[in-house]
Every structure is written in C-alpha cells, then in structure tokens.
Design a protein around this ligand. Structure first.
Ligand code: SF4
Ligand code: SF4
Ligand code: SF4
Length: 358
C-alpha cells in the first residue's frame, strides 16, 4: 500500500489507484468533467490537473496512478488559473443558454462556471452551429452543447456494449455522432443521458416539463420486468416528468429504455382505471342478426364475482386440467408464489408456468 501525501495529508492507498481516487479517500475534491467513476479514465477535459513534487508540469489526476512517497498539490494559484482557462475555452464555444436548458440546475459545466465566476470570456472565434436535430424518438442530442468529454461514447461501449456513437472528424470539427451522422438508432437505454455532464443529451419527453428545483424525487422499483431496477421518479406537481436511477442502487444507476422512458402511461388519459367486462350486443335488421363485442365498465366487486363464477363453472364442467396458469416476470416473487398457490390449491391443476422460465 503506497503512502501518498495530498495537500499535506498523508494516507496509505491500494496499489494502482489514481491520484483522483486517492484524493477522494481524503475527502479532497478535484474538479472533473470527463471523469466518471464507472468508466475508464480519459484525461480529456484537463480540469483535474495537479502538481506532483519533482514533476515540472501539471498532470491529470484521473490518469496518474499513485506511487510510494508521492507528494501532490491539488490546488494552487497556478492550477486554479489553468482550470479557469480550460473552462473559458470550453465556454467560448458553448451556447450558454442556461435560461432555457433542460439541465439548468443539474449541470456540472454550469456548476463549475459558477464556482470559477466565469461571466465574461477572453476567447472568441468560430462557433459550432448544428441546426439539424436527431430524429430519434427519445434522446434530444444538442451537439452545440457538447464539450467532447467522451462519457457518452464510453458508457455506450463499456457499459451498454452497443457502440452506437463515437467521435467523428478531427480538430474543431470533432463531433459525437452515430455512424455517417444518421439519426440515432440504438437500444435507447439513455445511459448516455445519465452520464452527460451538460445539456447536450436530454430526454425529448422532458422538454419544458419543469425545472429540477421544482421536482420532488421519489425512489421506487421498476415494474416492467423481474430485474427490479431502482428508479427515481422526478415528480412535478402530480406528474412524473423524468426518470433516472441513483448510482448506489442494485442496478448501479443503469436502466433500460422501458424503465427510463416508459412512464408516460402514468398520466395518460387512455389509462384504464376500472374493470371492463366484455359483452356481446346483438343487432337485428330485416335479413340478419349482427353480433358486436363491446366492453362495459364494472365495479371491482362485480368483476371479481364474475371471474370467480366463470372459473368455477368452467372447472365444474370441464375439470381443473382444462386450465393453465401463466405467470409473469413483471410480478413480484410473492405475487408469483400466490398465483401458483391459487392455480394448484384453488383451481386444482399443476398446469402452471412462468413467462421467464425458459
Ligand atoms: S441510448 Fe444507450 S445504446 Fe443508445 S447511444 Fe445512448 S448509451 Fe448507447
Ligand atoms: S454528448 Fe455529453 S457526454 Fe457526450 S461527449 Fe458531449 S458532453 Fe460529453
Ligand atoms: S429498467 Fe429495464 S431492466 Fe430494469 S427492471 Fe425496468 S424493465 Fe427491467
């Protein structure tokens, strides 16, 4: 375990960890933009620069492993001036439209600009103007706000294993895009949105639904499948306006398209709120009788009595093995247990299976 000294505090840390991670153990915060704890280091944004005794120039703490006896300085007038210059350079080609950005109040770039007090910018020159918007159904990709930190590319490759996006072109023309700059056509898990430190990637369904400070966060469990990922619902008034997941959950903050984007049904006017019983309506004209099947609303008591009566009459007439029960991965273990108990003990058949069994 090498012994390192960071800002005058000495600590023993595991072999091979980076200076950034060693500093975290001492509760010393170093600003970053491209770094994400669950992705491989990139060293691209240059904000995490540090000084190491014996090394003439600052180095990036996210890519520098600790070594025995290392003496590190994480903040000095020179380092803070370099960080401020890096931020100024980033912001010199950034729309700065926080007034209308969906990420305002939840944006690392905005927080750092505030911290370093960047109001005016010394740098000027050509700016990226991308008028074309991606036509995919879920992810708003505003590449004028992209700072080329590469987090989205890494998460898509290293976590999702899809590789739907990458860096294209070189120099000032560098851009994150799908192959041939076509519309994004991928898993739509939204992991890239979750790691983006700016407003470059947001949800299309988030638009003008509410500011982060007006949102109430409600932790819950996704009901779409048996993985049971932890969700955090962002509730504005009485409406869920976005969904994400915290990093310290069983699913480590990662979600699939259903968990992240499949929430519009909650407030849908088409949502069924009462049981429906199917009935057949007969209409008669001069030559024939026409049968139409329609649904009528029923109370829960009426619907449950109706189901029980129909199940009983079918079982009495055709025997219990005329039934089969198919259970669901969307239900909890307890609900699945109860369902098999009902099929075996009440209906009286072992014809019970589960959609996830194969
Ligand atoms: S939504 Fe998922 S699969 Fe698509 S680009 Fe983003 S991380 Fe990759
Ligand atoms: S889209 Fe976001 S995560 Fe991807 S490179 Fe740009 S700023 Fe980084
Ligand atoms: S987020 Fe996706 S994988 Fe996770 S429980 Fe929901 S449906 Fe299943």
């Amino acid at each position: 375990m090498p012994k390192v000294t960071i800002d005058g505090k000495t600590v023993n840390v595991p072999e091979g960890i980076t200076v950034l991670d060693a500093a975290k153990r001492l509760h010393i915060s170093i600003p970053t933009l491209c770094h994400h704890p669950k992705l491989t280091p990139f060293g691209g944004c240059r904000l995490c620069l540090i000084e190491i005794k014996g090394i003439p120039r600052p180095v990036t703490s996210c890519t520098t492993p600790v070594s025995e006896g290392m003496e590190v300085t994480t903040t000095s007038p020179n380092l803070e001036s370099l960080r401020k210059t890096v931020l100024e350079l980033i912001l010199s080609d950034h729309p700065n439209d926080c007034m209308v950005c969906e990420r305002a109040g939840d944006c690392t770039l905005q927080e750092l600009a505030y911290f370093y007090g960047i109001r005016e910018n010394r740098f000027e020159g050509e700016r990226r103007i991308y008028t074309k918007r991606d036509g995919n159904p879920f992810i708003e990709r505003d590449m004028e706000k992209c700072i080329l930190c590469g987090r989205c590319v890494k998460v898509c490759d290293e976590v999702e294993g899809v590789g739907a996006i990458d860096f294209a072109y070189r120099g000032f023309k560098s851009k994150i895009c799908p192959p041939y700059e076509k519309d994004l056509d991928c898993e739509f898990c939204g992991q890239c949105i979750a790691v983006c430190p700016t407003g470059a990637l947001t949800g299309k369904s988030w638009k003008q639904k509410g500011r982060q400070k007006e949102v109430r966060e409600v932790d819950t469990t996704c009901g779409y499948c048996g993985c049971g990922c932890n969700l955090t619902l962002h509730v504005h008034g009485n409406e869920v306006i976005r969904v994400d997941s915290k990093a310290d959950t069983i699913n480590e903050g990662w979600l699939c398209v259903k968990g992240r984007f499949g929430y519009n049904f909650i407030s849908s006017h088409d949502r069924l709120k009462k049981p429906l019983i199917r009935i057949t309506l007969k209409t008669r004209d001069a030559s024939r009788v026409t049968r139409n099947e329609v649904f009528r609303e029923a109370s829960w008591d009426e619907a449950l009595d109706y189901i029980a009566e129909r199940l009983k009459s079918i079982r009495d007439k055709h025997g219990p093995d005329s039934f089969a029960g198919l259970s669901s991965a969307r239900a909890t273990n307890e609900e699945n247990y109860l369902f098999q108990k009902f099929v075996r003990a009440v209906i009286g058949t072992n014809n019970i299976d589960h959609c996830a069994r194969y």
